[in-house]
Design a protein around this ligand. Sequence first.
Ligand SMILES: NC(=O)c1ccc[n+]([C@@H]2O[C@H](COP(=O)([O-])OP(=O)(O)OC[C@H]3O[C@@H](n4cnc5c(N)ncnc54)[C@H](OP(=O)(O)O)[C@@H]3O)[C@@H](O)[C@H]2O)c1
Length: 232
Amino acid sequence: MTDRKVVLISGAGRGIGASAAKVFAQQGWSVSLGMRRPALPEWALDDVHQAVAYDATDGRSAGAWVDEAMSRFGRIDAVVANAGIMIPKTVIEADDEDFDALLTVNVKAPRQLVKAAWEPLAASGRGRVVIVGSLSGKRVKSARSGSYSVSKFAAVALAHAIRHAGFERGIRATAVCPGFVATDMARGLTDRGDAAMTSPDDLARIIAMLVSLPNEASVAEFAVNCQLEESF
Ligand SMILES: NC(=O)c1ccc[n+]([C@@H]2O[C@H](COP(=O)([O-])OP(=O)(O)OC[C@H]3O[C@@H](n4cnc5c(N)ncnc54)[C@H](OP(=O)(O)O)[C@@H]3O)[C@@H](O)[C@H]2O)c1
C-alpha cells in the first residue's frame, strides 16, 4: 500500500476537476484521475498518479475505476465526484432524455462511484467524500436552469445521505455548492468574464481544505459565490 493518501476525482480532465487534481497533487496526494479520455496532465508523475477511463453514463465504470485504483495504490482516502453536465432547458422544454442524462451523470454516477469506493473509504476510519453540487442545488435561479437544478438538488441530498450512511465509520461527506466558476460550463451560460467568476483553482483549494478537516469538523455543505444573492 502506498504511503500517500489517494483521491479519486471524476471529470479530472478539465475545469474544476483538473484544478482539484493539481491541488491535491501539490499537497502530496496520489491522484487517480477519472476521465473519458484518460491522459495524465503534464504536471503528473507517472509513478505517483494515474489516469483511468471513466464514463459517468456507464454503470460499470465506477467499479472498474475503483478496482484499478486499489490494485495500483491499495487504498482510497477520498472521492471527489465532480463530473457533471448542464442542460439549459426549463422543466417544460426538457424531454425525458434530457432528464435521464442529467440524473444519470449528476446523481446516479456519483452514488455509484461512492458506493464502489465505500469499503476502502471506511477502512481508513476517515474517508472523505465531496459531491460537487451547485448553488443550483440550493435555489432555482432561473427557468433555464430549472432542469439542472432538479438534478443538483438531488446531488446535494445525496451528499447529506452519504454523510448519514458513513458517519459511524468515519466517512465525512460535503456538498460543495458554487455559483459561476470560470470553466467551459459557465462560459457557455453567461457573458461574465473569467475574472468575474470564482476561479476553479480557488474552488480546488476549498475542496482540498474540506477533505483535510478532521472527523470532528464535518462540513455538510459549503456554498461559494462570485456575486451577491440573498443567502449565498
Ligand atoms: N462552472 C460552473 O459555473 C459550475 C457551477 C456550479 C457547479 N458546477 C459543477 O462543477 C462540476 C464540474 O464542472 P466544470 O465547471 O468543471 O464543467 P466543465 O468544464 O464543463 O467540465 C465538466 C467535466 O465533467 C466531465 N464529464 C461530463 N460528462 C461526463 C461523463 N459522462 N463521464 C465522465 N465525465 C464527464 C467532463 O469530461 P469531458 O472533458 O470528457 O467532457 C469534464 O471533465 C459539475 O458537476 C458542475 O455541475 C459548475
